[in-house]
Each structure stands twice: as structure tokens, then as C-alpha cells.
Ligand binder design. Sequence first.
Ligand code: ZN
Length: 214
Amino acid sequence: MQKITYHEITGTIRCVSGLRIGGSDDLLQIGGTDLTCVKHPVTLKPYLPGSSLKGKMRSELEQKLGKLIGNEPCGCATTGCLVCRIFGPHKKAKHELGPSRIIVRDAQLLEGGATELKSENVIDRKTGTALHPRKIERVVADSTFTLRIGIQEWDFDKDAPPYAGKKGGEALVSFVLEGLKLVQQTGLGSGVSKGSGEVRFEQLKVTGKDTTLG
Ligand SMILES: [Zn+2]
């Protein structure tokens, strides 16, 4: 088993709406909000953990392939499953798929990055009054972050299932790009159904070559 090459998807993540990825409330100040967004512990600037984007892409791709069973990620560990091949089979220590192919780097702030407090509540449908009001912190719209995703190709990926007309390592890259497209269609972070988390992936390149999500 031999690693053949490393593909890298790079670009910019633009927040079209405000975006919230929950942080630890360790940084909570008295009188502050109870739901803070993730911030770098030293600079206190917001960033987007790679695990959040990776988890969202995985769940979107599982839905696309009909692999989302219950709330558990796919653990089928079959060689025909691109989700398990790329992201690693869930809760399976022993399998023949090799190491997870994808590496999603933390997305560092490029521009913007101010945070705002958004009031969220539940509306009582009978009386029209607000219940359980709370404030959530989110990164303001038009902030941008770095996008960097690595895909490690191994020799036995030549036998990977084809995707979007591509074979081998190129099928893996196409599948990950499809994941980004699906996240762009839905959103990232929390409160997506209430208008938060709309993102655009811009200036996309695959190992230095311009690409689009189609
Ligand atoms: Zn699977």
C-alpha cells in the first residue's frame, strides 16, 4: 500500500448570511451571551473548525447516496462506499479501506469577522408570543475564511468507484467537490433553517487549477 499523490482543494468561504458554529462557553463573560461562536483562544478571532465543515459534507453526501441511516454516520466499510473510503467508516476499527483520505483544515479568518448577537426564540403558534428568547452570537455576513481540503490518494484508489464520470483519485476529488456543492445548497453551522449559515465557496482551485462547483 503506497500513497501516490496529494490533491488540495483551496478557495475562500464567504458568509452570505451570519454564521454560527458553537464554541465553548469557557470564554463566557458575566452578562454575556450563553451561546458563543468558536474563537481562537489567543487572538479571540472567529474561525471555522475543519471538523464542522467535514461533518456537514459527510452528512450531505450520505443523504445524496442514501447512506444516512438514523443519526449515525455510515460505517458500512465496503470498498464501493465513497463516504467510508474518503471520510473513514464510522466506529469500525478494523477494515480494508486504508486511512481516511480527507484532511479538512481549520478555516482561518481572512476579512470581516465581527460578531453580532441575533435573538432567537420559539413562537407560540396559538398566541403569537415569543417563548424561550435567547441570544446567539454569529459571525457577520460577508466575512471570509480560508478553505483548504487535502485528499490523499493511495495506489489502491485506482479501484475506487467512479464518480461523476471520473475514475480513481479524480473520482475522490469530484466526490468531495460535490460535498462542497451540497453544503452551499444547505448551509453550515447552526440555525440554517432560520437563515444562518448560508455560505459560498469562491476562487476554488484543485491543486492550483481553477474549478467550479457546476
Ligand atoms: Zn459506507
